[in-house]
Design a protein around this ligand. Structure first.
Ligand SMILES: [Zn+2]
Length: 167
């Protein structure tokens, strides 16, 4: 199966549809080292999975980038975008997220379950980003309620404001 890569094409059009509908354009990105390895080199676990699924990505022109950098280059990071996870980000990528004024949603429970790592909340707050806390999906956790996140991340720090919101 050949899946075409459309730089500045498909993703940008989908972003536009969400913007017109007044909804955030959500992108799950920079969640794992394997994702970054794939985007930077076209190799690794993700490449192996694509080969196994007979997905031909030989024509994709996304390689050589980190996830947030690639989204930025494609014009996908703006105030209407919600970047989900951003667990594996460099200081420069945090700057790009802050400069683009996009929303950030951290999914600590999912990250811990799948990758044994928690997002660096303080890093985002220092950059002027006020992240939402999400639960990701039932694909990574059996519970999609955010009530325990509130207990662990908000009630321990009185400087954090909590607002319930469902997308
Ligand atoms: Zn996700």
């Amino acid at each position: 199966m050949k899946i075409e890569w459309e730089p500045n094409g498909g993703d940008r059009r989908i972003h536009g549809v969400y913007t017109l509908a007044g909804k955030p354009f959500c992108m799950h990105m920079a969640e794992s080292r394997e994702e970054i390895e794939f985007l930077q080199t076209g190799k690794g676990t993700w490449a192996d999975l694509m080969f196994a699924a007979q997905i031909d990505f030989s024509g994709w022109k996304c390689f050589g980038n980190r996830p947030v950098e690639l989204a930025f280059k494609q014009g996908l990071l703006d105030k209407d975008t919600l970047a989900v996870h951003v667990l594996e980000v460099t200081p420069r990528e945090v700057e790009l997220l802050a400069e683009s004024r996009c929303g950030v949603c951290l999914c600590p429970r999912s990250n811990w379950t799948l990758h044994g790592k928690l997002p660096d909340m303080e890093r985002f707050l220092k950059a002027g980003i006020h992240p939402a806390l999400g639960t990701d999906s039932l694909a990574s956790e059996a519970l999609v309620s955010g009530s325990d996140l509130k207990v662990h991340f908000v009630e321990q720090d009185t400087n954090i404001q909590w607002r319930d919101h469902v997308i």
